[in-house]
Write a protein that binds this ligand. Structure first.
Ligand code: GLY
Ligand code: MN
Ligand code: MN
Length: 458
């Protein structure tokens, strides 16, 4: 076996083409004002010994460059003249290395294929960086995330500050690129929505296959294999995150990824899995169904409650709404239902205010989705929740988890044994759409994954 396994992917996607990346860079350059941005690529990450994980590009770097090799650094330089504003440092062509790790585009390749103005070998970064940053009003760099690049940026910046009394100018501020960049990433373009539809479509198909494959006596791992086989055979890179295949009480462990148990007659199976496609857009779907094809009375009651909460929450996704309202909508339906079932006691408002439901529902109802599964972008700006607007994509994923792992809050009823071991989550990916295009104000990207009670028993 060769000692180094990873082959960088050289494909350039059909829908998100270089034109899209160039537009993003232009918008980012405008937002930067006079600050020069330093955006590093991801490094290869060791799995064990000298074997590495498959390469996963840094999402900010990918968003701006579409370049899928490790060990590169992009400079966006609004203070430089046209034709010198996009500089990329890359690993140079080197047949002796490429025969182990795959073809590289090299400095000439990135100029011809990736719209780069000027390219250099990465080894030249320490000597050239100070000159490129010279004349910028600030330096936009994410401190704390890029240990090999950070000392170079700080050294270049320190040099400028030292010389400022003599030369009269220096980048006075080190600023975070993230608020600017992540504001752009939060708002998906039509091309990005198309890619998310693709990721969600493959993910939904996998869930349908998984439900057909599940039966008492099988194993969680076999179902994981069905799902991930479909991701790969559909051309996706693989799972977007560790697939959760959780039978029975395992579903009450939110990040259960061991997938090492058998599937038991009478249990539910919770599957939280989604794929990552070639340009890193992700699906994130959860479905829960009875392994033997029939809900018990308790399972059905809780499943229908979570489904009602999720449908109400999805209906609240529209321009002008907020992620906070989506959560509040789901939470109120869940708490009202739990009060009716006797799993909670008291008045709905005070149960919510006191958080007296958190032993049964301990997470939020969703997150932004995009190049990262838990995608970037603010949920609040100071006191104000961010308003939903067309192009934003979020998950809607209420759940209920009945176990004795967490103590029952004072004043709340003890949980009868018949409810325990039931963990249910239903998760869809939802794009906010202009009301003039879609009257409901949203599009459920994962609608191909069935979720009605009768379908879960089919
Ligand atoms: N699969 C991760 C999540 O649902 O947030
Ligand atoms: Mn999610
Ligand atoms: Mn999920």
């Amino acid at each position: 076996m060769p000692a180094i396994l990873t082959v960088p992917c050289r494909s350039v996607s059909a829908v998100i083409d270089q034109h899209c990346h160039a537009e993003r860079r232009q918008r980012f350059l405008e937002l930067l004002g006079g600050a020069a941005a330093v955006i590093p690529a991801a490094p290869l990450v060791t799995h064990h010994a000298d074997c590495e994980w498959p390469f996963r590009q840094n999402s900010d770097f990918w968003y701006l460059t579409g370049f899928d090799e490790p060990d590169a650094v992009a400079l966006l330089l609004p203070h430089r003249p046209e034709g010198e504003r996009y500089v990329l440092f890359v690993q140079p062509r080197e047949p002796g290395a490429e025969v182990w790790t795959g073809r590289r585009w090299g400095t000439e390749g990135v100029v011809h294929h990736f719209g780069v103005d000027i390219a250099h070998p990465l080894a030249d970064l320490p000597t050239l960086l100070p000159d490129y940053l010279h004349g910028a009003e600030g330096i936009a760099f994410r401190v704390g995330h890029h240990p090999s690049v950070e000392p170079l940026v700080l050294k270049a910046w320190a040099g400028q500050l030292d010389r400022q009394p003599r030369v009269g100018s220096a980048a006075l501020a080190l600023v975070a690129p993230c608020p600017l960049l992540h504001r752009l990433r939060l708002q998906k373009t039509p091309e990005e929505l198309e890619r998310l539809r693709k990721a969600c479509g493959i993910s939904a198909e996998a869930h349908e296959l998984a439900r057909q494959a599940a039966a008492p006596g099988g194993s969680e791992r076999q179902i994981q294999a069905v799902i991930e086989q479909h991701f790969l055979s559909s051309g996706a890179r693989g799972p977007a995150y560790g697939s959760i295949v959780a039978g029975g009480d395992n579903a009450c462990v939110l990040h259960y990824i061991a997938n090492s148990d058998v599937l038991r007659d009478g249990d539910l199976l919770l599957i939280d899995a989604g794929c990552s496609i070639s340009d890193y857009y992700n699906g994130d779907i959860t479905r829960t169904f009875p392994i033997n094809g029939r809900f018990s009375g308790e399972q059905r009651a809780l499943y229908e409650l979570v489904l009602e909460a999720q449908n109400a929450a999805i209906a609240s996704v529209k321009p002008g709404g907020t992620a906070e309202e989506v959560h509040a909508t789901a939470l109120r339906v869940l708490v009202e239902g739990l009060l009716d079932l006797g799993l909670l006691a008291g008045q709905v408002d005070s149960v919510i205010e006191q958080g007296a439901y958190r032993h049964l529902y301990m997470h939020r109802t969703g997150h932004w989705l995009g190049l990262d599964v838990h995608d970037v972008g603010a949920y609040r700006l100071g006191e104000h929740p961010v308003s939903l607007s067309p192009g934003m994509v979020l998950t809607v994923e209420p759940g209920l988890y009945v176990s004795d792992r967490l103590p029952v809050p004072e004043g709340q009823p003890a949980i009868e044994e018949r409810w325990k071991g039931i963990g249910i989550r239903i998760e869809d990916d939802v794009a906010v759409r202009d009301g003039s295009e879609l009257a409901c104000g949203h599009e459920v990207l994962t609608a191909a994954a069935l979720k009605d009670t009768a379908d879960m028993e089919g």
